[in-house]
Design a protein around this ligand. Structure first.
Ligand code: 1HN
Length: 356
């Protein structure tokens, strides 16, 4: 049943529907309820070799300060009509802070994290707690936490920002507040207060009985991530089954108070593959991968891409992904999985050799 030039009465009905702000389901069901997800977002690769020099140029030309707040350059998925969204739910950006620069304090209801590909010297001050940023670290800024960044060195630094900006936007749940014009605490401790309190595996401070929905641990350090991944591969080597998936070790960054994802809306993980190891799957919900070290082939819905250190890959919902490690490979990944899981919409398929 669709509008027909041959049936003036039906045409008039559709015109009247339109005039009264109505649309019939029977002309749109396929778009509203596809047989399986049909994302507008497309699989896409951004090369670090392109991103970093552009961030450098922005550093020369564009000041950072009150108003713009951050020199963050968003990855815009080509399927999402020019919006600054890497997938329909996730924001990813390269943020660049020049020598001695300061990004002022503010807070917002959107959850955020930073993942550091290279460099050091910036402290992000989260709710008054100065947190050092170094290669391989994951730093959290939970929704509504005050935060500003300052670069203590004469070298620039760039990192990956992940936020749930589009999701918060669809839900009309965004709030934002400016803080003081300067980051207030310019001290530079190697270890944040959050880590001193919460950064001891398996040991919970008894004074903190409540279970915050975001991790109270502001930083997850590379040394620990690296050791955890290496131990999985060593144990697998020693013949212990089930600790890693055939040369594929992985850890999830979790809230030490609850064991749940470190942030309520975003999953963050680090994966390590031996040279030659691979995996293939598809999942409901979208992900972004960043190559932390090594090189690989990412095959997305059948199209292969060679990626290496720093490159970023957007994987839309239900897109098949096969990763083959060309050499020993470390991959950072974030996704909207906690949202899908809490809404009981999560599905996944492991793809075997035949389906790849
Ligand atoms: C923000 O506050 C940060 O704090 C990064 O570094 C990216 C993108 C949009 C809005 C706020 C940060 C952001 C952001």
């Amino acid at each position: 049943m669709t509008a027909s030039d041959l049936d003036p009465a039906l045409d008039a009905l559709y015109d009247d529907f339109n005039r009264h702000g109505l649309l019939p389901l029977w002309t749109q069901r396929e778009g509203l309820m596809p047989l399986s997800p049909e994302p507008a977002a497309v699989p896409h690769v951004w090369k670090w070799a392109n991103l970093y020099p552009l961030a450098e140029r922005a550093g020369e030309l564009v000041p950072v300060g009150r108003g713009g707040e951050r020199r963050a350059i968003a990855l815009a998925n080509p399927g999402l009509s020019g919006q600054p969204y890497v997938t329909p739910t996730l924001w990813a950006a390269v943020q660049y802070l020049g020598p001695r620069e300061v990004a002022p304090d503010h807070r917002h209801s959107q959850n955020a994290f930073r993942f550091v590909l290279e460099g050091e010297g910036v402290w992000t001050v989260v709710n008054g707690d100065p947190v050092a940023m170094r290669r391989g670290d994951l730093l959290l800024t939970a929704g509504w936490a005050w935060h500003g960044h300052h670069n203590t060195l004469d070298e620039p630094m760039a990192w990956l920002d992940g936020l749930d900006i589009p999701l918060t936007g669809y839900l009309d749940a965004g709030f934002f507040e400016f803080g003081p014009d300067e980051v207030t605490d310019r001290s530079t401790p190697r270890t944040s207060r959050a880590e001193r309190l919460w950064g001891h595996a398996g040991l919970r401070p008894v004074a903190f009985q409540d279970s915050p929905s975001s991790s109270p641990l502001a930083a997850y350090r590379w040394e620990q991530t690296d050791a955890a991944l290496e131990a999985q591969l060593e144990l697998e080597n020693e013949g212990h089954p089930g600790v890693a998936g055939q040369g594929h070790a992985a850890i999830r960054y979790v809230n030490p108070a609850t064991g749940a994802d470190a942030l309520p809306t975003m999953r963050t993980e680090m994966h390590r593959l031996r040279a030659g190891a691979s995996f293939a799957h598809r999942e409901v919900g979208s992900s972004v991968w960043q190559v932390f070290d090594g090189s690989a082939t990412f095959t997305l819905d059948g199209n292969s891409n060679t990626v290496s250190r720093g490159d970023l890959v957007a994987v839309p919902s239900w897109c098949s992904l096969e990763v083959v490690a060309a050499e020993r490979l470390d991959l950072f990944r974030f996704s909207d999985a906690p949202v899908l899981e809490r809404l009981e919409l999560a599905r996944q398929q492991t793809l075997d050799g035949a389906k790849r």
